[in-house]
Design a protein. Structure first.
Length: 121
């Protein structure tokens, strides 16, 4: 069974602008009068809106700009880092080149693109 079923874990948020990660209380843990429909997670340093990256992703240190760029690239290409807690995320790319490769490998290809690959290979 999933470990998240037994304990409440906070989601990890990231600000790509200043490369800062932080956790935030879940809405389900707040009193109803403290929940606002337009509630957004804002970076405590710069005030920009931060993005929710799930519970399992271990964010790189601030100076590891290549890893931050890879995570931002994956996020901007509709990859998410949410799991049920059973198996974890798998291998997270450590460089932008690895992120490009992962996106290319998992990209949805149209029937025409598949046919073109068959013809040219």
């Amino acid at each position: 069974m999933c470990r998240y079923a037994f304990h409440t874990y906070k989601d990890i948020y990231a600000c790509f602008g200043c490369r800062k990660g932080f956790k935030r209380v879940r809405e389900g843990d707040l009193l109803p009068e403290n929940i606002h429909p337009d509630r957004q997670a804002k970076c405590p340093d710069c005030g920009l809106v931060a993005v929710n990256l799930g519970k399992d992703l271990k964010l790189p240190r601030k100076f590891q700009t290549e890893q931050w760029a890879a995570i931002e690239y994956l996020f901007n290409n509709q990859f998410n880092f949410f799991t049920c807690g059973c198996e974890g995320l798998g291998i997270v790319p450590q460089s932008l080149a690895e992120a490009y490769e992962l996106v290319e490998k998992r990209a949805h290809k149209s029937a025409g693109e598949v046919l073109l690959e068959k013809i040219t290979s």
